[in-house]
Design a protein around this ligand. Structure first.
Ligand code: PEP
Length: 268
């Protein structure tokens, strides 16, 4: 079965010094994440941090041999070439990333002219081709939710993003359901709203790839997850962890979310 997965998206925050301190606090105090105690070979929840590009390589050295994995926040779809300012999946792999976030709502809707579905689809294929595990973000805007369009938006984003990706590739994906109206706003989806969207997402994955593959793909919830609300969200049967923004910038709150996930899934 799928293992819960909690990833911290630092966005454009922290410094090498403060980010280094944060990861040191995480890796040196595994008992904060797993109250069962350190020394477990296989932690019950997968954990990763996604720092800004310049900090990936220096922080990789501090994460090596620990229970905390490394992910990037974005990448470009081409392997190399005249793409000033971009980084490739191969480069991320080269510096030790396991994961890469693709299609975060800030990349879809806020930064520059926004990333279209076709580009996200190409990025997902390139990430999988390089051996990365993509965290593919989907989610509706508030006006779409208010218009009763949530399921249509999720379906459209999933079908377009995953076009041409086979079941073998899909089994390596992580999906993050992140309602745009809940990101960085302090307003999280209710546990029922989250479960409804996650269940819909899993059933669509089942339609696309079959039940067996759909049952192994972790679906994270993202949007104002904090230690105080993590337990009630994570207890939902189709919520398999969290993509955490603001609360991942402090070791204590991030570790508390990991611990709440382990408790909610009865793994601690
Ligand atoms: C995010 O950046 O993916 C996110 C969910 O942010 P926050 O937790 O701050 O809402």
């Amino acid at each position: 079965m799928r293992k819960p997965f909690v990833a911290g998206n630092w966005k454009m925050n922290l410094t090498l010094a403060s980010g280094g301190k944060l990861v040191d606090e995480l890796v040196n105090r595994p008992e904060a994440c797993f109250p069962g105690g350190p020394g477990k070979a296989e932690p019950p929840v997968k954990v990763a941090v996604c720092p800004p590009y310049p900090y990936l390589l220096p922080l990789k050295g501090r994460l090596d041999g620990s229970f905390v994995g490394l992910g990037a926040q974005n990448m470009y779809s081409e392997p190399s070439g005249a793409f000033t300012g971009e980084v490739s999946a191969e480069m991320l792999k080269d510096v030790g990333c396991t994961y890469v976030i693709i299609g975060h709502s800030e990349c879809r809707h806020t930064i520059g002219r926004g990333e279209p579905d076709s580009l996200l689809n190409a990025k997902l294929k390139a990430a999988l081709g390089a051996g990365l595990e993509p965290i593919f973000c989907i989610g509706e805007k508030i006006e779409q939710r208010d218009a009763g369009e949530t399921a249509n938006v999720l379906e459209q984003q999933l079908r377009a993003g995953l076009a041409g990706i086979d079941a073998e590739g899909a089994a390596k994906l992580v999906i993050a359901y992140e309602p745009v109206w809940a990101i960085g706003t302090g307003r999280n989806a209710t546990p029922d709203q989250a479960q409804e969207s996650h269940k819909f997402t899993r059933s669509l994955l089942g339609e696309l790839y079959g039940q067996q593959v759909a049952s192994v793909i972790p679906i994270q919830y993202g949007g104002s997850v904090k230690p105080e609300n993590a337990g009630e969200l994570m207890v939902q049967p189709d919520v398999d962890g969290a993509l955490v923004g603001g609360a991942s910038l402090k070791a204590d709150s991030f570790a508390a979310i990991v611990a709440a996930t382990a408790r909610a899934k009865k793994l601690a």
